[in-house]
Design a binder for this molecule. Structure first.
Ligand code: MN
Length: 266
């Protein structure tokens, strides 16, 4: 029996990255697409609660797959795809995103949030991004995604885990090895441009560029900068285990500090 793969993204159902992905996956899998009708980049894990959520079947040009477009977010699409669109998928693949999703970008990324939602729904999942917003090469990423889908289904994934995959924007023959990475840190400088609307009121644009805070050994950013394919295992458990240990400490922990503060306040 053919296994069912739910495909979504945050660049919109008509984005070439999604087409390239579907084109490869449908060779091995029964593919169902549930994706936003328009771009939802950087919406993070938001879900739709304050307006009607619509989902309607669409024909994807040149592709004979079951597809639905929604007015929702990538996370909405996964919930709809897992619960409403036919039978439950065996795997969720999100992408292929135009632009890297590395470090703290995960917290903003609609692409990765879709995979996180899949993990919450108890489904194995991975997100795929190509590290270029301009002219991303989707074909190598799509071919990798197809092989990765087979591998992930064979390996199985622990509940709550997902893979965040980033490729440098290189032709297949120039791509380096696939490496398992840690998140590293890549955040945005807080550059805000202020302008005036015709009524003279100020409005703002975030114009910051990503800054590599930690792209050292073992990070996704480091791997992609070196031309390699980064696969970062991510878990929905965001607990800071090192800090838990520190704050639980009898002497120097949080309870002790609170007692001290109480003493000072008298
Ligand atoms: Mn995007």
């Amino acid at each position: 029996m053919s296994r069912r793969v739910l495909v979504t993204n945050d660049d919109g159902i008509r984005s070439p990255g999604l087409s390239a992905l579907v084109e490869q996956l449908r060779r091995d899998f029964e593919v169902v697409v549930v994706a936003p009708e328009r771009e939802q980049s950087a919406v993070g894990h938001s879900i739709t609660l304050h307006k009607p959520l619509r989902m309607q079947p669409v024909r994807l040009e040149g592709m004979d797959v079951e597809a639905y477009e929604t007015n929702g977010t990538p996370a909405d699409c996964v919930v709809l795809g897992a619960v409403r669109a036919g039978s439950r998928p065996d795997l969720v693949v999100s992408g292929i995103n135009a632009g890297a999703n590395l470090g703290e970008e995960l917290f903003y990324s609609g692409t990765v949030s879709a995979a996180v939602e899949a993990a919450i729904q108890g489904l194995p999942a991975f997100a795929v991004s190509v590290a270029s917003r301009d002219d991303p090469l989707y074909e190598p990423a799509a071919r990798l995604a197809r092989r990765l889908a087979q591998a992930v289904l064979a390996l199985g994934m622990p509940t709550g885990s997902l893979l965040n995959v980033n490729l440098p924007n290189l032709p297949e023959e120039e791509l380096g090895a696939l490496v398992i990475t840690r998140l590293g840190r890549r955040s945005y400088s807080n550059q805000i441009e202020e302008r005036r609307d015709p009524g003279g009121r100020p409005y703002f644009w975030f114009t910051g560029e990503p800054e590599e805070v930690d792209s050292g050994p073992g990070t996704g950013s480091g791997a992609v900068a070196e031309g390699r394919i980064s696969v970062t295992p991510v878990h929905t458990d965001l607990s800071d285990y090192a800090l838990i240990e520190r704050l639980r400490d009898e002497e120097g922990g949080l309870a002790a500090r609170l007692l001290e503060a109480e003493g000072d306040g008298r």
